[in-house]
Write a protein that binds this ligand. Structure first.
Ligand SMILES: Nc1ncnc2c1ncn2[C@@H]1O[C@H](COP(=O)(O)OP(=O)(O)O)[C@@H](O)[C@H]1O
Ligand SMILES: [Mg+2]
Length: 273
């Protein structure tokens, strides 16, 4: 397929801000790597883990970095991205994700999942259930997580549950009703928005990954991009891509501040008065 002109205009081998990047080339500056390290340690210590952050800061990519770091032999990661289910369907989905035959009743589903966890324990494999978008968990599922995590009179930490979601998940877990599971989450992590320097580094990193050999965004353009995206990587991706396309249409070699301002204005979708 022919390379789109907006890529060739900047000598790019692929769309630089696309979401399909492999686990091994994720951008992990010191602070972010620190979060991944703590997540790895939490799973190795068989803790339950909470990871929160605003939309687009890079939480799911941190999970992919975790997948890349945990040795395959000792851990079995199961990723659930749809937690908007009642308890029975939640366990049915978990059964399917674990490769088990789904059972008819809630009790049988629960038994199948917990027996599987115990079996993995006997094989010295630590299962980790990653529940993404966990702020959307149904209350009846949340009520049940500490029961799912209870093995042999709550003596054996055979399972790590990793809850990932928006910051409001913390408020929810802190509710009196949820204290049983909240008190069992020993590793509590927050992924912050990128700082101005991070945004500059991130742009540079991703452009280089796409074989870009020169500066594309002016310093002022980066500052405005950062301000508009408030350090959320998904917003940076979207605005930076739109800016590259717009610059290529206008035959500009550099993305400057005024071009970013135009893109921000267009993307805000504010109707012209
Ligand atoms: N560590 C990273 N390395 C490279 N790109 C990243 C990284 N984290 C996030 N991104 C970019 O930001 C986008 C949003 O990240 P994502 O993890 O989906 O955010 P969240 O789960 O917090 O909503 C990704 O599609 C990717 O393009
Ligand atoms: Mg996500």
């Amino acid at each position: 397929m022919k390379t789109p002109s907006w890529l060739s205009a900047f000598g790019l081998s692929k769309p630089p801000f696309a979401k399909d990047l492999s686990d091994s080339v994720l951008w992990l500056p010191t602070a972010r790597k620190g979060v991944v390290d703590e997540l790895v340690t939490g799973c190795a210590d068989r803790d339950h883990v909470l990871l929160v952050g605003e939309p687009g800061v890079g939480k799911t990519c941190v999970l992919r970095a975790l997948r890349h770091r945990l040795p395959e032999a000792g851990f079995r990661l199961t990723y659930c991205h749809n937690v908007t289910l009642g308890r029975r369907d939640f366990y049915r989905q978990l059964c399917l994700a674990l490769g088990l035959t789904p059972k008819a009743t809630a009790a049988a589903l629960f038994y199948a999942v917990s027996s599987h966890v115990e079996e993995l324990g006997r094989e010295r494999i630590h299962p980790v259930f990653l529940l993404d978008e966990a702020h959307l968990l149904h209350q009846d599922v949340l009520d049940h997580l500490h029961i799912l995590a209870n093995y042999q009179w709550d003596q054996k930490p055979l399972l790590s549950i990793v809850l990932v979601g928006l910051p409001e998940l913390v408020n929810r877990l802190q509710l009196h009703r949820n204290r049983a599971f909240w008190s069992r989450i020993h590793t509590r992590l927050s992924l912050g928005d990128a700082l101005p320097d991070d945004t500059a580094q991130y742009l540079d990193y991703r452009l280089k990954q796409a074989s870009c050999k020169r500066d594309v965004f002016s310093e002022n353009a980066v500052a405005l991009l950062h301000e508009a995206a408030v350090g959320r990587l998904r917003d940076i991706d979207r605005l930076a891509t739109a800016a590259l396309k717009s610059a290529s249409r206008r035959k500009r070699k550099i993305v400057d501040r005024s071009l970013i301002a135009t893109v921000i204005d267009r993307q805000s979708m504010t109707p012209n008065l």
